[in-house]
Write a protein that binds this ligand. Structure first.
Ligand SMILES: [Zn+2]
Length: 349
């Protein structure tokens, strides 16, 4: 039985090249400017293009919700964007009408079809010609609960919003900066991830909080904050490049979103999938700690601007009001975080 549970979605954001809106423009992409045979819906600051009404409406609702979350977290509307489902439209077409960032995404039904096809192929590869169809159908039927669970997990509210968070963060704060390690923006990896994790919805957020209890019980590290701030995203920690995580170089410009099983992730990166998941869990926990300790929703924006201007994390903790509330240094924040996390996990057990 092939291992098909989707474990992780990575957004590999190559710098966009080619068509691009004029600098300083406030033009938003609108469906009526797009020549297309696909279905298109406007959102407040973008468009969603896809193969059918149902898929597009679902994605447009999540994107619009993500815009609201973004505005609350970052104090401004997100940059003009497009979501293209199931390769329903060339990326350059939506760039040409003003999308500064494009998220290629997969609809729920296409994801299900892809998984079913993978199961069918794995089982029927060596089947006698006359039995291919029957064996394939039986295998898909047997795997149906597993496929449904994977589809539900990958399609749950917040997964697509997470990826939009990455794109909007890069476009808003780092669009002129060179990408360092192939993952996200030149910001530290935890901060890239924080912008995305903030976009997630209740179900995912609660799952991450529950996972933190386990992570903390196993490893109540004394230097949790400073370790997180210095850490390379686990997908790249062993030196794997963005290219190793995909099937070779990007064929077009712009971002690629890669979904893979835990097995596949381990094979390509040499990193255990649980270690990777724990990175996201710890980012969520730090965001909760920041919120509890400071209640300061502009802290991440100020930290981002400080880092972009060449400052260090340590300077920020010493100088910024939120940094000082967390202790005024990463080592003081480590101690404060440990007190917070110990109390939090004790209260839940
Ligand atoms: Zn992410």
């Amino acid at each position: 039985m092939p291992m098909i549970a989707l474990a992780l979605t990575l957004s590999l954001t190559a710098a966009p090249v080619g068509l691009r809106a004029e600098e300083g423009t406030t033009r938003k992409p609108r469906c009526d400017a797009l020549t297309t045979a696909a279905v298109c819906r406007d959102t407040p600051n973008g468009i969603v293009v896809g193969p059918n009404e149902q898929a597009v409406v679902q994605a447009a609702e999540e994107a619009a919700m993500a815009e609201t979350t973004w505005a609350a977290a970052f104090g401004a509307e997100p940059p003009a964007y497009a979501v293209v489902l199931d390769v329903a439209q060339p990326v350059d077409d939506v760039r040409a009408i003003g999308a500064l960032r494009v998220l290629p995404w997969i609809s729920t039904s296409a994801r299900r079809r892809t998984m079913e096809q993978a199961v069918r192929e794995a089982v029927t590869r060596q089947a006698p010609a006359g039995q291919v169809e029957a064996l394939g159908a039986a295998a898909v039927q047997r795997a149906a609960p597993q496929i449904e669970a994977s589809v539900a997990k990958a399609s749950q509210p917040g997964v697509m919003a997470h990826e939009l968070g990455h794109l909007w963060y890069i476009e808003t704060f780092w669009k002129d900066a060179q990408d360092g390690d192939g993952y996200g923006s030149p910001a530290p990896d935890w901060l890239d991830e924080a912008a995305a994790v903030l976009m997630e919805r209740d179900g995912l957020t609660e799952a991450r909080r529950a996972a933190f209890h386990k992570v903390w019980a196993e490893n109540p590290r004394a230097e949790a904050v400073s370790a997180l701030m210095a850490e390379v995203h686990p997908a790249f920690a062993s030196g794997a490049s963005a290219t190793a995580l995909t099937d070779g170089p990007a064929t077009g410009s712009g971002p690629r979103v890669v979904s893979m099983s835990g097995e596949e992730f381990q094979r390509r990166t040499g990193t255990d999938i649980n270690a990777a998941a724990a990175f996201y869990t710890r980012v969520r926990a730090f965001l909760d700690f920041l919120e509890t300790t400071t209640g300061d929703h502009a802290a991440l924006v100020r930290l981002t601007v400080h880092l972009r201007n060449g400052g260090t994390v340590e300077q920020w903790f010493a100088q910024d009001p939120a940094g000082r509330q967390m202790g005024g240094s990463t080592s003081a924040a480590d101690q404060a975080f440990k007190v917070w996390a110990d109390a939090k996990t004790a209260a839940a057990t």
